[in-house]
Design a protein around this ligand. Structure first.
Ligand code: NAD
Length: 289
């Protein structure tokens, strides 16, 4: 059970799932520390949290930048108790086939989704281990279990953090540590992830016309339609809250993808060629017909 006035640190907490986590954990009387790169959204979220009586602090951090994460950590530990709950959640999405994906797409997405988790663990895990206390939640995705086409960059980032979370889970058991570990593997959640480009640094932005093609626009619209029907982030936050209390490792938010995950595991067991050929967008459009 989370005690009064423990610190809950959430990266990417200005929007979507992270924002919902801030409200959910804040209702328990905890100190909520939200780290995010988008200043305007961060300010709005913090004032909304405070207007509900939640003790909330916003700190600008770029999780893809080691110095920024280290300075975030310094601010957290100078003003608050070491994190009891650490949600390494900031993330961005980019689509496109492996052959279309630019090196800048890889650098941006892996920088936030993978290095953001690595830097976060490197900064906060030692102090949590010293206290032998707390719970780490790493946000992966269904894309950490499956390799749908046209999402290769994102898939790679989410498979990597799933593996980090599983490894950490085994390591804390091995050390008989009291630290809990969970990996959040959402399906589709109604957030601002389709507009991840809003936070893409200029230096990692591509100046080409590929993204402006009609095909790309049609695909993006189709994905938006699906996301409008997706799960509310508050529901995800409830599941995460319960998982911390019950020390549950895998947090899935829907069972839609379990068949595909089982099929992938079976492919591996039987060493047969992967069977998942269907495209995520088309599959979902057909399902909702
Ligand atoms: N929405 C979904 O369907 C879905 C599904 C599976 C996994 N996820 C994962 O959930 C997490 C949260 O995403 P979301 O869906 O709430 O999207 P979102 O865009 O609503 O929120 C992401 C947050 O991360 C922040 N962020 C982006 N780059 C950052 C950086 N460099 N440093 C610090 N903060 C940064 C954004 O400002 C934003 O507040 C991500 O890791 C995402 O990959 C989302």
């Amino acid at each position: 059970m989370i005690k009064e006035k423990q610190s809950v640190v959430i990266t990417g907490g200005a929007s979507g799932i992270g924002r919902a986590l801030a409200f959910r954990f804040g209702r328990g009387g905890n100190d909520i520390i939200v780290g995010d790169v988008e200043e305007s959204a961060l300010n709005i979220t913090i004032s909304e949290l405070r207007s509900e009586g939640i003790s909330a602090t916003g700190i600008i951090v770029d999780v893809a930048d080691l110095d920024s994460v280290r300075s975030f950590k310094e601010q957290v530990i100078s003003d608050f108790t070491p994190p009891y709950v650490l949600c390494l959640n900031a993330g961005v999405g980019a689509g496109g086939s492996i052959s279309e994906s630019d090196i800048l797409d890889w650098e941006w997405v892996l920088g936030v989704n993978l290095w953001g988790v690595i830097y976060g663990l490197n900064a906060f895990l030692p102090i949590m281990e010293e206290n032998n206390n707390g719970h780490v939640i790493i946000t992966s995705s269904i894309a950490g279990h499956l390799s749908y086409p046209n999402m290769g960059v994102y898939n790679a980032s989410k498979h990597a953090v799933l593996s980090i979370a599983e490894t950490l889970y085994y390591e804390v058991q091995e050390k008989n540590s009291d630290i809990g570990v969970s990996v959040l593997c959402p399906g589709l959640v109604k957030t601002n992830i389709l507009d991840s480009d809003r936070n893409r640094p200029e230096i990692l932005t591509i100046n080409d016309s590929l993204d402006e093609s009609d095909d790309h626009d049609i695909r993006k619209e189709a994905v938006r339609e699906i996301y409008n029907l997706a799960l509310e982030p508050e529901r995800v936050a409830d599941l995460v809250f319960k998982a911390v209390e019950s020390r549950q490792f895998y947090i899935f938010t829907e069972d839609t993808f379990q068949g595909a995950i089982q099929s992938r595991h079976r492919d591996i067991e039987l060493a047969r060629n992967p069977m998942l050929g269907a495209n995520l967008v088309e599959e979902h459009l057909n399902d909702s017909d």
